[in-house]
Design a binder for this molecule. Structure first.
Ligand code: NAD
Ligand SMILES: O=C(O)C(=O)C[C@@H](O)[C@H](O)[C@H](O)COP(=O)(O)O
Ligand code: ZN
Length: 357
């Protein structure tokens, strides 16, 4: 097992990454307090809720669960309200814990319920997708979607601990596994060219879910995320780099009703578009986008916008991105593989990249 400490203004917390952690209550039980609301989705609950519930029963803890429908469409204000109702019904007090058992959707929504209930109670993240283990569960961004924009409603609320059991990824389908790899590639692209090259050389064992390669990829990703969060917890500067590919990606997710693309798939396409824009603006060497495309394709991720998506609608949705200031669209651009920057971008150039894709 590998442990990374995430340093934040409110203190530090551990991210445990390893095999068999769900069956090792000694690792995670001590991070719980008071009554526990386990938030999960109907796929994950069928697989892992009983195991977690048994531990809670054995220690005599008062708990209940809230099981949401699986998928991005469940990340709504209505379901956040359901989580708050469940906390009230549980009789949760300030010492209660929300235990988020699932992917990034569950983690973001449960985290936001914990952030808002009684102005903030403890949350423990138990991510069960690759994407949530390498990114969503770490760093304290919580929230839900609005029909007009991704993650428009939310709060920063750091977890008390993150328990990433890579054995849970065995049951993940290929599509969701690959979607998680997009955020792994992101760390290489924005801050670590050597990691990017390592991914290029290890694509086969990663595709084959080999535990050693997977453990290394998850651990390296968590370390990158922990470093960025420690440096800029509330996204005043450097943290915005973690949004590489997300301005395009979030617009694509919203334009397609949060139903057609996994978040990671939309981010993969978005990273390619952002790199093409970086090339168009002369920020990065021509050919960088092709190298990125090659790796993403090797990891079975999409790299181009489908023809039927309305480019002007995407542009309109990008205007609501949280990084924008003074009505100007700001995007993460690459300067080279391993180095990125956030810049205001001319609308005509963004439009050109969208139209050419
Ligand atoms: N807070 C952050 O910093 C942050 C970072 C990245 C992404 N996100 C958010 O995370 C969300 C995407 O997360 P995701 O990709 O995990 O999606 P998800 O939570 O929808 O999970 C994907 C699918 O995998 C299923 N699943 C989960 N664990 C499983 C398992 N072990 N075995 C079998 N099936 C399993 C789920 O039921 C779901 O159908 C998006 O809403 C995105 O905005 C947040
Ligand atoms: O942790 C961050 O910061 C990120 O930007 C990580 C992203 O991968 C993640 O998708 C995040 O939820 C996007 O945040 P948003 O502020 O653009 O909604
Ligand atoms: Zn993301």
């Amino acid at each position: 097992m590998k442990v990374t400490q995430v340093r934040t203004a409110g203190g530090s917390y551990p991210v445990y990454v390893g095999q068999g952690l769900l069956s090792m209550p000694s690792i995670w039980q001590r991070h719980l307090d008071g009554r526990v609301l386990v938030v999960s989705d109907d796929t994950v609950a069928g697989l892992y809720l009983e195991r977690v519930g048994r531990v809670l029963d054995e220690e005599g803890r008062r708990w209940r669960s809230l099981v949401l429908p699986a998928g991005e469409e469940a990340k709504t204000v209505a379901n956040w309200q359901r989580a708050l109702d469940a906390l009230v019904e549980l009789g949760a007090q300030r010492d209660a814990t929300v235990l988020a058992l699932g992917g990034g959707v569950v983690g973001d929504l449960a985290g936001f319920a914990a952030a808002s209930y009684m102005r903030g109670i403890r949350v423990v993240q138990m991510p069960t997708t690759l994407l949530a283990q390498v990114d969503a569960a770490v760093g304290g961004k919580t929230g839900v979607n609005h029909t007009s924009g991704k993650n428009l409603i939310g709060a920063f609320h750091q977890p008390a601990a993150v328990v990433a059991d890579i054995d849970t990824l065995i049951s993940l389908d290929d599509r969701d596994y690959c979607a998680g790899l997009a955020e792994v590639v992101k760390y290489g692209a924005i801050r670590d060219e050597r990691f990017f090259s390592w991914l290029e050389s290890r694509a086969e064992p990663i595709n084959a879910h080999m535990p050693d390669a997977l453990l290394e990829a998850v651990h390296a990703s968590v370390q990158h995320k922990a470093e960025v969060v420690a440096a800029d917890e509330r996204e005043a500067g450097e943290r915005a780099l973690l949004n590489f590919g997300h301005t395009f990606g979030h617009a694509l997710e919203t334009a397609t009703g949060y139903a057609r693309f996994r978040h990671g798939e939309a981010v993969a396409i978005g990273m390619v578009l952002a790199t093409r824009l970086s090339e168009l603006l002369g920020k990065v060497r021509v050919g960088t986008a092709e190298r990125l495309v090659h790796l993403l394709e090797h990891l079975k991720l999409p790299t181009a916008l489908p023809g039927d998506v309305d480019r002007e609608r995407l542009l309109a949705l990008m205007r609501l991105d949280k990084k924008n200031r003074a009505d100007r669209i700001r995007l993460v651009l690459l300067e080279e593989l391993g180095r990125a920057t956030v810049e205001t971008c001319p609308t005509d150039d963004i439009r050109e990249v969208l139209e050419r894709s």
